[in-house]
Design a binder for this molecule. Sequence first.
Ligand SMILES: Cc1ncc(COP(=O)(O)O)c(C=O)c1O
Length: 359
Amino acid sequence: MATINKKTVLYLDRNENQYGPSPACFKVLQNSNDNLLNTYSRDFERGIKSSLSERLAYEFGTSEKKILLGYGSEDILKQAVQCYINKGDKIMIPSCSWWYYKKIADEAEGINVQYPIVEGKKSFCYDINSMINIFVTQKPKLVLISSPNNPTGNRLEADQLNVVLEKMKDTVIILDEAYSLFDETFKTDPVGLVNKYPNLIIIRTFSKYYALAGIRTGFAFLGDNHEKLSLLSARYLGFNRLSEKIAIAALDSADYYTAISRKLADDMEMLFNELNEISGFHAYKSYANFILVKIPPEIKNSLKQYLTERNIVIKFMNEDGLDTHVRITLGTHSQNCSLLEMMKTFMCKEIKHELVGGI
Ligand SMILES: Cc1ncc(COP(=O)(O)O)c(C=O)c1O
C-alpha cells in the first residue's frame, strides 16, 4: 500500500496543550474492557448524571445538581445561549474575543452588543465603567465574560468581577473560564460565586489545562436559577464513558498538571520578555496558554510564509483592531525556544534585506 508522506506540522494556533495529558489518562485506554463500551454510563440507581459530575461536585464541595457537563465548553456555551436568547434579544459580548461567541448569538438570532476590551501599555484590560454603562442602557438578556480572554489574554480582576456581578445580578451572566487554571496566581471560587449569584454560570473545560481537547468535555457551575438550562441539557442515558474516565484520571493527576503549568508560566515570561525585545514587536501580558503579539504590518505575509515553510502554524489575526497581531499558543519548552529563534532569525533577515534594499 502506498504511504502518504505527511509532514509533521506544529500547530501553535489552536490553544491546545502540547505537553499532552497525564500518563494516567492513557492507562484508562489501555485498561478498557467490554463494560466500558457496551453499557450506558448513567447511574440509574443513584440518579447521578455522571461519575464525572459527581467527582467534580465532590472536588469543589457542591451538589452534583449544580454541575453541568457538555461536549466541550463550546457545547455548554451554545446550549446556554439557545436556552436564554430569543430572536431580537440582546447579548453583551467583549469586543476582542473568541469569534464563536458572536456566531452562537447570531444562530439564536440575538443582537450582539459589544463592550470594550481596551489596549493598555502592557496588556489589554476590561473597561468596567463602559461595560456597566452599556449594560444599563442596553438592558441585555445575557452577558458573556471571558477571563482570561481569548485572544487578548487579559483577565477580569477579583474586585472588577465582584462589581460586575453585583451590578448585573438580575441578568444571566456566563463567565467563560476555559483558560483560568493556567494562572496559578489567581483563583476564582466558582461554587461560592454561583451560590451568591443565582443567575451566574461559570464554564470550564478539560481541553486546555488538562490537555484533553480530544475527549470534548467541558463543565459548568450553575447558579440556582438555571433549572431550565439543566433540564434542557440533561442526557437521560448518560455521557461518553471513556471521556468521563479519562477526565477523572486527569483530576487524579494534579502533580503532573501543576508541573506543566509551571513550565508554561516560565516560558510565558520568557516569550513576553524576548518577543518585546524584537524590534517592532509588542507582546501583551497573558494569563492563558497563548500570547498576543503586535507585529509590523509589512511582515505579516512574509512571516506567515517563513513559518509555513518550517511547518509551524501560529494564528495571524484578521479581526477589527487586531489585524496586525499574531496569537501564539505556547508549546513545550523546546518548541517555544525554536519558534523564538525562528522569529529572531526571520527579523534579522528582514532588517538585512531592508538595509540592502535601501542602498
Ligand atoms: C475562550 C474559549 N472558550 C471556550 C473554548 C472551547 O473549548 P472546548 O469546547 O474545547 O471546551 C475555547 C476554544 O478555543 C475558547 O477559546
